[in-house]
Design a protein around this ligand. Structure first.
Ligand code: TMP
Length: 219
């Protein structure tokens, strides 16, 4: 991935396998940053722009009724990301805001690279093209045991009366490769990644993340 150019804001991404608590922890971090009077922008992938949300529907819910080929899947995630970087993330960083993003480029390397089996370096190159230098300052990886992660997302879908989405429905072995892939990426880029145990209590993780963000990014 290309290195970030000098930017005024801070860019933090949450990553990890399904059901690790990314969205909850992102919200808790944002609350604390805002208590400090900082401008914080929350966004998510795929999505975060009208174009990106339309792509999210295609990717998650079979809205076209057509089977999505694996290569198309990679490029749709990348297209959503390019739009998000250009229209939302880059302008926010340039004006000095903090950007907290729920999944970003590492998701493509983990899911489409490690999960689907595409060449890892090729995924990194496609990401690099899509993000055009907007590399996160810090990536918080919420690692979680597969059974616990799926117990949580199944419960969430039950509450919302929604089905598991297209990628959540993938085989267990796919999700195991994704989890391991994230750990590999964290080992490859130790200066950017910090790993948190998603099995711990929500408050414990939130406190550890806050300590990490204040230390690494000077909130
Ligand atoms: P979520 O953010 O609500 O968990 O849903 C996003 C889903 O899309 C999740 O299953 C992970 C998957 N995904 C990829 O496969 N590749 C990507 O690049 C991104 C951003 C998400």
């Amino acid at each position: 991935m290309a290195e970030t150019g000098k930017q005024k804001g801070k860019f933090i991404t949450f990553e990890g396998p399904e059901g690790g608590g990314k969205t909850t922890q992102a919200q808790r971090l944002i609350d604390r940053l805002q208590e400090r009077g900082l401008e914080v922008l929350y966004t998510r992938e795929p999505g975060g722009t009208p174009t990106g949300e339309a792509i999210r529907d295609i990717l998650q819910h079979h809205v076209t009724g057509e089977e999505i080929s694996p290569a198309t899947e990679v490029l749709l995630f990348a297209a959503s990301r390019a739009q998000l970087v250009n229209h939302v993330i880059r302008p926010a960083l340039d004006r000095g805001a903090w950007v907290v993003c729920d999944r970003f480029a590492d998701s493509t390397t983990a899911y489409q690279g490690y999960g689907r089996g595409f060449d890892i370096d090729q995924m990194i190159a496609i990401n690099s093209f899509a993000i055009a230098g907007a590399t996160p300052d810090l990536t918080l990886l919420l690692d979680v045991d597969l059974d616990e992660g799926f117990r949580r997302i199944t419960e969430r879908h039950r509450r919302k009366a929604s089905p598991l989405d297209r990628i959540e429905q993938e085989h267990r072995s796919f999700h195991e490769r994704v989890r391991q892939g994230y750990l590999d990426l964290a080992a490859k880029w130790p200066e950017r990644f910090r790993i948190f145990n998603g099995m711990e209590a929500e408050d414990t993780i939130a406190a550890a993340i806050w300590e990490c963000v204040t230390r690494e990014c000077g909130a």
